[in-house]
Write a protein that binds this ligand. Sequence first.
Ligand code: HEC
Ligand code: HEC
Length: 223
Amino acid sequence: MRGRYRFTCGLFGFSFLILLMPTISAANEAGKKLALQGGEGVQPCSSCHGAQGGGNAAAGWPRLAGLNADYMVQQLNALANGTRSNPLMAPIASSLSEQQRKDVAEYFANLTPPTTPPGGDVDQKILKRGKVLAQRGDWQQGIPACTSCHGLKGQGVGAAFPSIAGQPAMYLQNQIKAWQSGSRQNDPNGLMASVAKRLSDEDSQAVTAWFASLPAEPSKSDQ
Ligand code: HEC
Ligand code: HEC
């Protein structure tokens, strides 16, 4: 009896997997198509975020390759509902359906991020200050270590704390400014807004330069 039960269950599980497989690859195909060719009224993501999703450091556009898929969906939702505003990205996010957001986020999450960090021409003294802020914070200013939430290498932790290593410095600074001015309000419990509001312009420049000098590491959805 038990043997037959196990066999039936095994068979059921196996057929379930076979049934599921085309669904998974169809989702990735749809995500890939959106990313590289765009969709109805939607520009290809690659035209701004790069063919490999590596971002555009000079323009301050973020890397998407290797970011957590659920985090990206949350950001697309925020950009669409206005709790995060950006004139370039908001209209694109709004025109994506819920399914398209999932498909395209899944596609970029599975791409390998570039191994060379965007970096930039930054004074060693500034980088040194950035590293201290990132790893230890500045208690007199009430700034906690960024790595306590974003991971020891800035690689991100799960869907809540994004990877910030290997992102263009200008992009990271723009986000800090957005929290300071209130144009980005989508962070859970205002966690990031309270950090951003304590950073001076010099410290923001230093800490973002340091994270931009680190190589990106994939932040897998299952972490
Ligand atoms: C016209 C240029 C442009 C195109 C095309 C574009 N994006 Fe963006 N995207 C941006 C900019 C600029 C930002 C940063 C916004 C900011 O500074 O807050 C961004 C941010 C994002 C973010 C947030 C990343 C993070 O780490 O928080 C995601 C996710 C994203 N884009 C996904 C996409 C997807 C998916 C597509 C294609 C369907 C796409 N983008 C097409 C310009 C673009
Ligand atoms: C208490 C936890 C915490 C600390 C400490 C913290 N962050 Fe964050 N940070 C977050 C959360 C949560 C988010 C995601 C917000 C969201 O969901 O939109 C975030 C997002 C960000 C983003 C936006 C990334 C993107 O692509 O969307 C940047 C940039 C950032 N943090 C920089 C920093 C820097 C620099 C420091 C240190 C000075 C720091 N953070 C310290 C919690 C934290």
